[in-house]
Ligand binder design. Structure first.
Ligand SMILES: [Zn+2]
Length: 264
């Protein structure tokens, strides 16, 4: 039976491609490295949402967030308060859009190594060798680097024609999935509907949100805390992978919640 995996990406405004990390999209740099006001509201809203149910969630965290002590303090508290419901994966060192640039195995390898060390140190046994490419920019050449650094799962492919170019010049999404499989990395592609994106920004962009909300309301039962690790890492388990941003929780004065069916 198909199950649902809930995941949240931890980008602040300073991380996204419009601010940095992309060769053509980064035109509005954000110089401050402290957490933005909407992000702080988002963290509080996310905590409130977590307190309203008992389900597990995987957080994809950008390692450079730890330069801010406020973030480290928030995460320590959250890992303590929500126990084994929270697991942490890697969302890059600085949220660079790797596949939008020419192939750079050494650069990616170095950044991934640093990010892994920081996350392992900060999250201890909650860290998982699971990767989500910043802004979904994942190319086939990145698969070997993930495998070399003992990553078991990649969750970066948004298998929609609308964002095909994020697979890197001349590549298709199936090229990425094939490369992951060859490298022994399980690909957890994001759920789509009618071949359109329904995750992340699609939750708030008109007209995609109309389709997204309908899809989210019909999600299969969620993975439980005790089955999550095994299911995510087992390529034979069919999963619907959903993701949103912690910044989304800053919408509507912190009252935003993902459009899921009622959670127990
Ligand atoms: Zn991101």
């Amino acid at each position: 039976m198909k199950r649902t995996w809930l995941t949240v990406d931890f980008d602040d405004h300073r991380h996204v491609p419009s601010a940095q990390g992309h060769p053509t999209r980064s035109t509005k740099p954000v110089l401050s490295t402290t957490l933005s006001e909407p992000y702080m509201v988002g963290l509080k809203g996310f905590e409130r949402w977590l307190s309203s149910h008992q389900q597990p969630v995987t957080l994809f965290i950008i390692a450079d967030l730890f330069t801010d002590v406020t973030f480290k303090g928030w995460l320590d508290n959250a890992l303590e308060a929500f126990g084994d419901r929270l697991t942490v994966g890697c969302h890059g060192l600085t949220h660079r859009s790797w596949s939008a640039w020419p192939e750079d195995r050494d650069g990616f390898s170095k950044a991934l190594g640093q990010a892994t060390e920081i996350l392992q140190h900060a999250c201890g046994d909650r860290f998982r060798p699971w990767f989500r490419a910043p802004a979904g920019y994942i190319a086939p050449w990145m698969a070997d680097v993930l495998a070399e650094q003992k990553y078991t799962v990649d969750s970066s492919v948004n298998p929609s024609w609308l964002v095909q170019k994020k697979a890197g010049k001349g590549n298709s999404w199936s090229d990425v999935t094939r490369a992951m499989s060859k490298a022994g990395v399980v690909e957890r592609a994001w759920a789509t509907r009618l071949t359109l994106p329904v995750n992340g920004p699609a939750l708030s962009l008109f007209p995609l949100w109309l389709i997204a909300k309908g899809a989210w309301k019909k999600t299969p039962a969620l993975l439980s805390v005790s089955t999550l690790d095994e299911a995510v890492e087992d390529p034979d388990v069919d999963l619907a992978t959903l993701y949103w941003h912690v910044l989304d929780h800053g919408r509507n004065n912190g009252s935003w919640a993902p459009p899921l069916p009622a959670l127990a």
